[in-house]
Design a protein around this ligand. Structure first.
Ligand SMILES: [Zn+2]
Length: 342
């Protein structure tokens, strides 16, 4: 399962380039979905069906979709008071509806995204976040035994103080245990997101420790739902790093692999990462984050902040970056047999 976080609104030209790279999976939220209409019991707007038609076409063109259900932050007021029984029940119903509406089109779902991180939990506590995920998983399971479902976390291994948002509550481990050790849930995979060398210390070699331990914890096949390396951004000085300042605030990275964030290091990082993924039979997929460099950082809104602007395989001008070529050749080298039989 070789994927890219590209959404489903990809141009014909981008579809061609994605396919030529050996990528077959697109990871996407359901952008046309109107929660207000859903909770009123009314029909979805045109845009919802337009997105669904788009997915019909993508499937015909040979792509597969990894669908994402909404995050707490994206829930409308009509869902009820966050954390209340009504709210969780509404989320279960919402996920059941999505599973049903996309039957035969989206076979794999990820419930919400990285709820171990405060940015995505919104006002929910970590305990409520686990309930939220369970409600979503149950909703999807209600809509079909054949759907493949899971969740993803990123604060693993737990290193309070090192990674932004990782505290003594060990958020990632808490969520993983709540979900994977609950025998009433039927899960098909464990989603793992990690950015060693960018958002956390380490680099390519970190994958061994991270993936082996995550598999041990979850006992599930692993899909790396997000990984990547930023191709831009200077490094904080030791003093800046010690101050605990957030990367967006200073527009510099806390960590680097091989000491730099450049297009060349990004390219090496990706090919060496795939090599390790291919060595681990329990890793059944990986989604590269992301397809294209962003014009602005979604966290702080700034166009010159490296935090969320330089992860792409193509740059802002739609030109292929060195990482596109290294990704393409490493998929062809390490996954040849697997891709042909999938
Ligand atoms: Zn930023």
């Amino acid at each position: 399962m070789a994927g890219v976080a590209a959404g489903v609104n990809v141009s014909a030209e981008d579809q061609r380039r994605i396919r030529e790279a050996g990528l077959q999976w697109l990871r996407s939220g359901i952008y046309g979905f109107d929660q207000e209409q859903f909770f009123k019991g009314e029909k979805q707007p045109e845009n919802f069906y337009r997105i669904r038609d788009k997915i019909v076409q993508l499937r015909k063109d040979g792509f597969q979709i990894m669908g994402l259900t909404p995050n707490p932050k994206g829930m409308v007021a009509a869902a009820g008071k966050p954390g209340s029984p009504e709210y969780f029940e509404n989320y279960r119903r919402l996920c059941a509806f999505l599973g049903q509406e996309f039957k035969g089109l989206i076979d794999y779902w990820q419930v919400a995204n990285e709820l171990d991180i405060w940015i995505f939990r919104d006002t929910l506590t970590i305990e409520q976040s686990a309930e939220f995920l369970k409600a979503g998983l149950r909703g999807l399971r209600d809509s079909g035994k054949d759907l493949k479902i899971g969740i993803n976390i990123t604060l693993f291994p737990s290193k309070p103080g090192e990674v932004d948002g990782n505290t003594d509550k060990h958020e990632g481990v808490f969520i993983a245990k709540s979900i994977y050790q609950d025998p009433s849930l039927e899960l098909d995979y464990a989603g793992f997101d990690s950015y060693p060398g960018t958002w956390r210390e380490g680099g390519v070699d970190s994958w061994h420790e991270y993936l082996d331990a995550f598999h041990e914890l979850t006992k599930k096949p692993i899909i790396i739902q997000e990984f990547g390396y930023s191709s831009a951004g200077d490094l904080m000085t030791e003093e800046e790093n010690k101050s605990g300042i957030y990367p967006c605030k200073i527009k510099k990275w806390r960590f680097a692999w091989k000491g730099a964030h450049t297009p060349e290091v990004q390219a090496d990082f990706i090919s060496e990462s795939y090599k390790i993924f291919a060595e681990k039979p329990f890793v059944i997929g990986a989604t590269y984050f992301s397809w294209k460099d962003a014009k602005t950082c979604w966290q702080c809104g700034s166009p010159d902040c490296p935090a969320e602007t330089a992860w792409g395989l193509v740059d802002r001008g739609n030109n292929l970056k060195p990482v596109y070529h290294s990704l393409k050749s490493s998929l062809a080298t390490y996954f040849k047999g697997r891709l042909e039989t999938s």
